[in-house]
Design a protein around this ligand. Sequence first.
Ligand SMILES: CC(C)(COP(=O)(O)OP(=O)(O)OC[C@H]1O[C@@H](n2cnc3c(N)ncnc32)[C@H](O)[C@@H]1OP(=O)(O)O)[C@@H](O)C(=O)NCCC(=O)NCCS
Length: 182
Amino acid sequence: MLITRPFKAEDAGKLLSLFKETVRKVNSRDYSPAQIAAWASDEIDPAAWQNRFVGRLVFVAEHGGVIAGFAELEHNCESPMEAKIDRFYVASDFQRQGVGSALMNSLIRFAQEQNLQIILVDASITARPFFERHGFQVIASQTVICRGASFLNYKMSRHISLVATGRPMTGTDLCCGDSTVD
Ligand SMILES: CC(C)(COP(=O)(O)OP(=O)(O)OC[C@H]1O[C@@H](n2cnc3c(N)ncnc32)[C@H](O)[C@@H]1OP(=O)(O)O)[C@@H](O)C(=O)NCCC(=O)NCCS
């Protein structure tokens, strides 16, 4: 059975391995070997990778005890009604089996409960159809730099319909950090 649950600190190492394998096996369809080498670099510091989860909302998907994916939402401090999806990866063995949709549903439910109005994402070429399927629209294509390589991706947004039970989000619910390609 597929479940989504909150991130635990001890997940971080497994999520780093999942991320690298997904980039190398799945995103390699759409990006060059040099881009993939930079994106899923062996130079990524595990401690820095783990620290980036702090203060963010992170859901982990599990199937039969195996981690199948994860998704991360970060509050935009300058615009309290906005949040941004940062890392969002499904394991290469679990592609097109509904894992991404389960994670997205968890993020959207949270956003509704928090009375967020808009969710943004910088979507990879690979992920664009998935985000479109979930109601996101392309605002612009853009080039971003990661570890010396440049990447085409898409700035996308989705409006959130509100639910009555939510409470306004405060700056302490999710905190801000630097946005990067991974
Ligand atoms: C994008 C990603 C997270 C989607 O996860 P997933 O678990 O495979 O997605 P789902 O199975 O829930 O797909 C839901 C729907 O999205 C659409 N979709 C997903 N991937 C698609 C693709 N490659 N091409 C076209 N449509 C796609 C389909 O409509 C799909 O429904 P269907 O399979 O019944 O046709 C996953 O492919 C991934 O990890 N990609 C690589 C990492 C990445 O680029 N992350 C984004 C960083 S911003």
